[in-house]
Design a protein around this ligand. Sequence first.
Ligand code: SAM
Ligand code: SF4
Ligand code: SF4
Length: 336
Amino acid sequence: MENGIYDRLKRPLKDLRISVTDQCNFRCTYCMPKEIFDGDYPFLEKTELLSFDEIVTIAERFISLGVTKLRITGGEPLMRKNLPELIGRLNQLHGLKDLALTTNGVLLPRVAHDLKKAGMERVTVSLDSLDSELFGRINGRGLGIDPVLEGMKAAHEAGLKVKVNMMVRKGVNDQEILPMAAYFKKTPYILRFIEFMDVGTTNGWNMKEVVTKEEILKAIQTELPLLPAAENYYGEVASRYQYADGENEIGIISSISDSFCSSCTRARLSADGKVFTCLFASKGMDFKTPLREGATKDDLDNMITNLWKNRGDRYSDERRDGAGKKEKIEMSYIGG
Ligand code: SAM
Ligand code: SF4
Ligand code: SF4
């Protein structure tokens, strides 16, 4: 085994996803349904959010223990003020190999250039449909697709690599699988399909609404033949497929039908400083309080090491095997 720390199932700690805000300018029905995330919803207070100094300190400790990849997420990460400043600081951390961001894209035209200047190499933009009317219903704000496509274009023109995430939910946007595939095949962007997941407790998840990896492949293959492609690196979440004609590729993230817990190397830091060892965890370890009370680097290293060494999470495998628990944190809080 290479250096670093390993959990109870011998999985190394390699990635940290950092949520920088629990706020969002969208109200996607499957993530932050507007009936629940309304004016009365107890969003985090400003003082509860980790400061940039605190985020950098925690990220640095994770990197010293083997993390090579950071992904910035939210809520909508571009709603966090001065985000390029944080990107610039994280990018300086010794040992970091990959710094990425997941966004709904609408604020990219404003910041893409500054993100690139700060050292960001790539972004993932979420788009669930090419039909503006349907997309407006899904995002809960009635917003059409043009601002998102403009965001992708701004990122591309600023020199960022762009991937596109499409969450697929049966009876909602599964008819968009082939049009999305055909459209993005002809762009410089790689499209990735995500099976609808049972994150949190507010999105009314039901197995019947999952479109599986096999069904997604079938919907595309009838028109656009695909060939399986090798994974780019150990623990890659998306299964890759290349178009048979050599033009572009797609990815499928099959957390439900073909779970990948055995190679899961990801920890997650919430906007208020809790570390979670699984997307479906119900509890995180508070790093903010110790940090504000003067924890040293050694203290933080010990906390991370103990947490990771005791990790036994394999929720998606358990769900596949018929088990599954109820209390989970919301995706908008932990960032996906
Ligand atoms: N706001 C940003 C965005 O939408 O890209 C970043 C945060 S969002 C929680 C990250 C990703 O999680 C998005 O691509 C979104 O489609 C996906 N997502 C959210 N809820 C999901 C669910 N229940 N099942 C599958 N994917 C989900
Ligand atoms: Fe916001 Fe992203 Fe969740 Fe949609 S998926 S509500 S854009 S955090
Ligand atoms: Fe990792 Fe948890 Fe997802 Fe399994 S269910 S792949 S352990 S985040």
